[in-house]
Design a protein around this ligand. Structure first.
Ligand SMILES: CC(C)(COP(=O)(O)OP(=O)(O)OC[C@H]1O[C@@H](n2cnc3c(N)ncnc32)[C@H](O)[C@@H]1OP(=O)(O)O)[C@@H](O)C(=O)NCCC(=O)NCCS
Length: 399
């Protein structure tokens, strides 16, 4: 592929992920404030980058109403007190909104349209629940293959139905593995390097700083998982334990052209290699990372074996099991979701893509031998998004 400049990642950060609802740590915090916090943190962590160098602020947001509406991407730099010269936009590809924001940013840089960009994703599922104020076309249900396509949990049940080789027991085992990996990573302090502390107001009016994820359940075990009732239909297999949660959070990534990074004397963390988006039957939306990944690999001239680190979003355990299997990987492949995934950390929709990119960036730092990495996720309405990256931190072959 002919590109005018090489898109690179300079840095990535996120908020802690809170549980949606009144018991959530961000219940009294606005979505746009979460986005502003990660944007400002990126500038603080990278003093060589000045806000006036940023040429666009591109944000993935699913529910673009109320505090997430009115072109949040444009509001973020102004709320960060960076003046009004910095443009911005919001885009929606549901769960992959933030990954698409990064993908669009990559396109800007590769075509020479910009060489310094703020990209991110935010979702406050407590204030703006899934489907809030949506008015789907009356024919959409029919063209999508029935009512189950509108309910993400039901699409996961559909995968269980159509591919019965992936059982409830396997889904629970995978969910347990994700929780265990996440717990180990948290205990080892891996999240500290990427979480921006946020001061919040508690229900009694006191103030406290939130810097740890609320969703992980280190006490998870197979007995408690297997005892959970199906969440989406009677006799189903998808439960609160093997589904991602409902969460609030934001994540952001600084993208730059290789040339600009060199001029500024910055050390890029990884370079973009290829991206692809694909679509499948919406009633089994969770299967779409497979065609997206295969397409991205083909564009890159790579094979699954070339990937050293794989960040696959965990919307539901069964869809991850399906995708890993069809991509030729075992459920416990050591390259996959090394620090756990959304089943443990939660999945604030559009924030999860930049979260995956931030995880990969930090995993590349710790795995100097690793060359290629994948970030991929499924999307409601039956889409998959995949991006392949190359490690630029290979000189530090730390353990
Ligand atoms: C599955 C879902 C409905 C559960 O919602 P919820 O009932 O509010 O979830 P909770 O966290 O309260 O958990 C429900 C119960 O399961 C238990 N539970 C959850 N995870 C558990 C775990 N890992 N181990 C043991 N128990 C667990 C909770 O303790 C709770 O039990 P309780 O009612 O006795 O307190 C919700 O998380 C959901 O809709 N997830 C999918 C989100 C989605 O579609 N995202 C888009 C993807 S494309």
């Amino acid at each position: 592929m002919r590109i005018l400049d090489q898109p690179v990642v300079i840095d990535g950060v996120r908020t802690a992920f809170g549980k949606a609802g009144e018991k959530g740590v961000f219940w009294k915090t606005r979505a746009d404030d979460l986005a502003v916090a990660v944007a400002k943190a990126l500038i603080q962590r990278n003093p060589k980058i000045k806000p006036n160098m940023i040429e666009d602020s591109i944000w993935g947001v699913t529910n673009q109403v109320k505090e997430q509406g009115g072109t949040l991407g444009r509001a973020v730099p102004m709320l960060a007190e960076w003046g009004w010269e910095l443009p911005g936009c919001s885009i929606d590809r549901m769960c992959a909104g933030g990954l698409t924001a990064i993908g669009f940013g990559v396109g800007y840089i590769a075509t020479g349209m910009a060489d310094c960009l703020l990209t991110g994703g935010v979702e406050h599922m407590g204030h703006l629940p899934m489907g809030f104020m949506r008015d789907p076309h009356p024919r959409l249900q029919e063209v999508m293959g029935g009512p189950s396509a509108f309910n993400m949990g039901m699409t996961a049940e559909n995968i269980h139905d159509r591919f019965p080789e992936f059982t409830r027991e396997m889904a629970d085992r995978y969910a347990l593995l994700s929780q265990q990996k996440a717990h180990r990573a948290i205990q080892a302090g891996k999240m500290k390097q990427m979480i921006v502390p946020i001061e919040i107001e508690e229900s009694d009016g006191s103030r406290v700083v939130i810097e740890t994820d609320q969703q992980p359940r280190p006490d998870t075990n197979m007995k408690s998982l297997s005892g959970l009732k199906p969440a989406f239909r009677e006799n189903g297999r998808v439960t609160a334990g093997n589904a991602s949660g409902l969460n609030d959070g934001a994540a952001a990534v600084f993208l730059m052209s290789g040339k600009k990074a060199e001029v500024l004397g910055l050390e890029p963390k990884m370079r973009w290699v290829s991206s692809a988006v694909a679509a499948v039957d919406p009633t089994i939306m969770g299967t779409a990372p497979v065609p997206a990944t295969l397409k991205a690999l083909e564009k890159a001239g790579l094979a699954m074996d070339d990937l050293d680190i794989i960040e696959m979003n965990e919307a539901f355990a069964v869809q991850v099991l399906y995708c890993l299997d069809r991509l030729g990987l075992d459920a416990d492949d050591p390259r996959v979701n090394i620090w756990g995934g959304s089943l443990a950390f939660g999945h604030p929709l559009a924030a999860s893509g930049p979260r995956l990119v931030t995880f990969l960036m930090n995993l590349f730092k710790e795995n100097g031998h690793a060359r290629y990495g994948l970030t991929t996720m499924c999307v409601g309405r039956g889409q998959g998004y995949a991006m392949i990256w190359e490690n630029m931190q290979t000189r530090d072959s730390a353990p």
